[in-house]
Design a protein around this ligand. Structure first.
Ligand code: GDP
Ligand code: MG
Length: 296
């Protein structure tokens, strides 16, 4: 069973990180709490009323360069690509801004549920001040205060209300695996080598929730599905070069898989990112096969 992914988007300073911390304070377990990750953790497992999910603070994923506007667009794209539920945050003290409108316009393009919350509604007057956000066209704004915690329960109710039967979406008899690793370790070559030996490639199936392209094949009567692998799907978006994004990508793939093949490069050894990914798969209770490539 894979966990739903919930992404927080919004312009800088609306309080994404504050809300993120609020929500994960009620979490079951911290997934990533290692040195260097704690300060700007962007993802964590969270839980509300018995529903577990993965929360992503997209504001923590920044491109190496680029204007604020470009950063925010990349963050919104990541949410659209990766999340099952998107939460857009506004700031009542700044009212609605042009940048909020820009983000909302990007979110119109997704079929995924988008929940609008307006932060910094710390008192009753501010809670009644949120109504100009209606014009974003994203439905009823939910007033929240990350500082005080008010409204966060309502927001969480709305989030888990969108999960539907996501947990049951992969009820088939195939063994689902993903191929994960840093750039250039040889993921594509490995996938091609595996598929090349299979005479019956069944299909590329459009995933239900995430539009992932899954490749299914049969070997010795057993059906296998390769989950959305970078080696198969090349999207070439700018943000794909950022390290945090690739860890996030790996996490999504692990969540969708029964087994993860973690590919290492024998010529360069184990890197920090490999440890993150292995640790995450371990915490998620997934099988991991460590594949050491370039063992010539
Ligand atoms: P981010 O850039 O969207 O992640 O925003 P942050 O979470 O870093 O918050 C930006 C600023 O807003 C910080 O100074 C927070 O203390 C403040 N802030 C966050 N939530 C609230 C809130 O509910 N009420 C008020 N008054 N301030 C808040
Ligand atoms: Mg932040």
């Amino acid at each position: 069973m894979s966990l739903p992914i919930v992404a927080l988007v919004g312009r800088p300073n609306v309080g994404k990180s504050t809300i993120f911390n609020r929500i994960i304070n009620s979490r079951v377990a911290i997934v990533e709490d290692k040195a260097g990750v704690t300060r700007d953790r962007i993802y964590a497992r969270a839980e509300w009323m018995g529903h577990e999910f993965i929360l992503i603070d997209t504001g923590g994923i920044t491109l190496d360069s680029g204007e604020i506007e470009e950063q925010i667009k990349a963050q919104a794209e990541i949410a659209i690509d990766e999340a099952d539920v998107i939460v857009m945050l506004g700031d009542v003290t700044q009212h609605m801004t042009n940048m909020d409108e820009t983000i909302a316009k990007m979110l119109y393009r997704t079929k995924k549920p988008v929940i609008l919350a307006v932060n910094k509604a710390d008192n009753p007057e501010q809670r009644t001040d949120i109504y100009d956000f209606y014009s974003l066209g994203l439905g009823d704004p939910i007033p929240v205060s990350g500082s005080h915690g008010t409204g966060v329960g309502d927001l969480l109710d709305a989030i888990v209300g969108e999960f539907g039967d996501k947990a049951n979406q992969h009820e088939d008899d195939s063994i689902r695996f993903s191929v994960i690793g840093r750039p250039n370790v040889g993921k594509s070559s490995l996938v091609n080598a595996i598929l090349g030996e299979q005479r019956v490639i069944v299909s590329n199936i459009e995933g239900t929730t995430r539009d992932a392209i899954d490749t299914t094949f049969t070997n010795n009567g057993q059906k296998y599905t390769i989950v959305d692998t970078a080696g198969i799907r090349r999207r070439g978006k700018v943000y794909e070069k950022t390290e945090k994004y690739s860890v996030l990508r790996a996490i999504s793939a692990i969540e969708e898989s029964d087994i993860t093949l973690l590919v290492l490069d024998a010529s360069t050894g184990i890197r920090e990112q490999d440890k993150h990914v292995a640790g995450y798969a371990h915490d998620a209770g997934r099988g991991v096969i460590i594949v050491v490539n370039k063992w010539d």
